[in-house]
Design a protein around this ligand. Structure first.
Ligand code: SAH
Length: 284
């Protein structure tokens, strides 16, 4: 257990709105941390989002030369400070919302780990793998259904703009699944741990356009590519897309899910070739 019984206040009860499902199986915690190779774990600063009751944190604290913890629940902060005091100023504890906090270490490569709060796991993932610079490796836990969408290959119903964005920014790799019983309180769903390393395509100037096009089209995924984009894009951008697709009737008639992440990038590249400013004003 985290601390001796009897002589201190009880742990604050888990807050649902903060996605608090605390991992209780320490062997799984060790497996998550050890998904990062020793030479990175022992040498690079690490960031952990949502340390919670610190089951991952304790493994990290023993090894990281510097550890930054970002935790939103202020009730947990005194507990975290007290429990990690022995590690001294190698550990920095920030009470902050990870969605609004800088999640990079400047001046050094770094790694990032988190059993992510499930209600905000997708925006946090995009923030992490889209960061400048991104972590050399991130090991993150998701609810299984979201992890399946992140790693989905083209063609199936799980494949969508999240799969495209994740693949173009990083190299998502499935590590293992975890049963609800390994958490307290147990979530309703299974969980999955994925590992991410930066992808070469993340630096392509066409990447934002590719993700933008995929998001627009997958909002209407049952339509053909041409009709889906027509629904999802502004008339100005669509006029330029049409000029391109008019030469590719087969592609125009295909479904959005048949385009691989590389195909979306290619479409964006070709649009930018003729219209360098086309995606200049899109919002992420
Ligand atoms: N790492 C712990 C806790 C996981 S539960 C474990 O594996 O058991 C998710 C954690 O993220 C909780 O500690 C929760 O308080 C924290 N959290 C939720 N929303 C957050 C946010 N927006 N920013 C930072 N931490 C957040």
């Amino acid at each position: 257990m985290l601390r001796p019984k009897g002589n201190r206040e009880p742990l604050p009860s888990p807050a649902k709105h903060l996605g608090q499902h605390f991992l209780t199986d320490d062997r799984i915690a060790a497996r998550i941390v050890e998904a990062i190779p020793a030479e990175l774990l022992d040498r690079l600063p690490a960031i952990e989002i949502g340390p919670g009751r610190m089951i991952l944190t304790r493994h990290l604290a023993r090894r990281s030369p510097r550890l930054i913890l970002v935790e939103k629940d202020e009730r947990l902060i005194p507990l975290i400070e007290e429990s990690l005091r022995e590690f001294g100023d190698r550990i920095e504890i920030r009470r902050a919302d990870a969605l609004h906090e800088s999640l990079v270490v400047s001046g050094s490569p770094y790694i990032l780990l988190s059993n992510l709060p499930y209600n905000i796991s997708v925006p946090l993932l995009i923030k992490i793998i889209g960061a400048d610079p991104p972590p050399l490796q991130a090991v993150l836990m998701f609810q299984k259904e979201v992890a399946d969408r992140i790693t989905a290959p083209p063609g199936g119903k799980e494949y969508g703009s999240l799969s495209v964005a994740a693949r173009l920014l990083s190299n998502p790799v499935h590590l293992f699944d975890i049963r609800p019983g390994s958490f307290s309180p147990p979530p309703k769903v299974h969980s999955t741990v994925l590992s991410f390393t930066p992808a070469a395509t993340r630096l392509d100037p066409a990447i934002n356009g590719a993700i933008y096009l995929a998001r627009a089209a997958f909002s209407y995924r049952r339509k053909t590519l041409k009709n889906a984009l027509e629904q999802g894009l502004s008339p100005e951008i669509m006029a330029k897309v049409l000029r391109l697709l008019d030469h590719e009737p087969d592609r125009a008639r295909s479904r959005p899910e048949t385009l691989s992440p590389g195909d979306w990038l290619d479409l964006s590249r070709r649009l930018r070739e003729h219209n360098p400013e086309i995606f200049a004003n899109i919002k992420e």
